[in-house]
Ligand binder design. Sequence first.
Ligand SMILES: CC(C)(COP(=O)(O)OP(=O)(O)OC[C@H]1O[C@@H](n2cnc3c(N)ncnc32)[C@H](O)[C@@H]1OP(=O)(O)O)[C@@H](O)C(=O)NCCC(=O)NCCS
Length: 232
Amino acid sequence: MHQHNDPQYSDSYYIIRVGATTKIRRKWWRKNFFGVIPNGGVMDVQLKIGTFPQICIAMERFVIRKAGRADADAIGSLHAASWRVAYRGLLSDNYLDNDLDGERRKYWKGKMPVLTSREFVLVAETDHYVIGFISVLDIPEVGYAALVDNLHVRPDLKGNGLGKALMRAAAERLIDSGRTNYYLWVLNGNSPAEKFYRSLSGVPADEKSSEFGGKTVKATRFVWDNFNRVLA
Ligand SMILES: CC(C)(COP(=O)(O)OP(=O)(O)OC[C@H]1O[C@@H](n2cnc3c(N)ncnc32)[C@H](O)[C@@H]1OP(=O)(O)O)[C@@H](O)C(=O)NCCC(=O)NCCS
């Protein structure tokens, strides 16, 4: 995808070249464009800036790096924004709509300095904006080496491969320290996340109940015996 230099197009339009193998948000595509990509071929599509192309640009340029203390505010705000959308209906509105942003930023300011050498947070970043993060804690359980404690993508950028890239980057980092599997907990009812984990060959295991956001909630543990699919 590129900004088109042809004078027939104004500066406010982008052209994206899409083909049979192009990764685009299918839902967006269905909603905004009704053409069919020729089988095996490519086609150029003109789109207004401010819609999908900006997202494409972000996706093309994102990098994943280890987070530090200075990222705590950005991570906290993204965390709160993600919970507000993903956990709507699962946790109380009162919890989600009050000072969640402040609470999450405080949490990450406290958490970043106490991570051990076997724990890490990675952020996906574009143009210095944090657009996703994953945190991994050194809590081996039931035969699995590490806990993926958090994984969040900015709500408006879901479905662009960021989540998978973060799961992969975390796996690569764990392999560097001799760990070859991980597990995580998914809140029951968070079916988009479940589908995402299943697509990466995560397997549901046991369940637990815990207090979260003023409610008793159930969560399912997903486990990965190896990283084959995550790294594929
Ligand atoms: C769950 C989450 C991290 C996934 O990240 P993402 O960037 O949206 O997912 P990706 O684009 O990397 O998806 C990778 C694959 O997972 C699958 N997938 C992702 N979301 C899916 C969904 N809602 N339904 C079905 N499949 C899905 C797709 O098969 C996709 O493969 P594709 O590239 O062939 O389409 C992200 O949506 C998110 O932040 N959700 C809110 C917070 C949350 O629930 N976090 C998990 C807490 S346990």
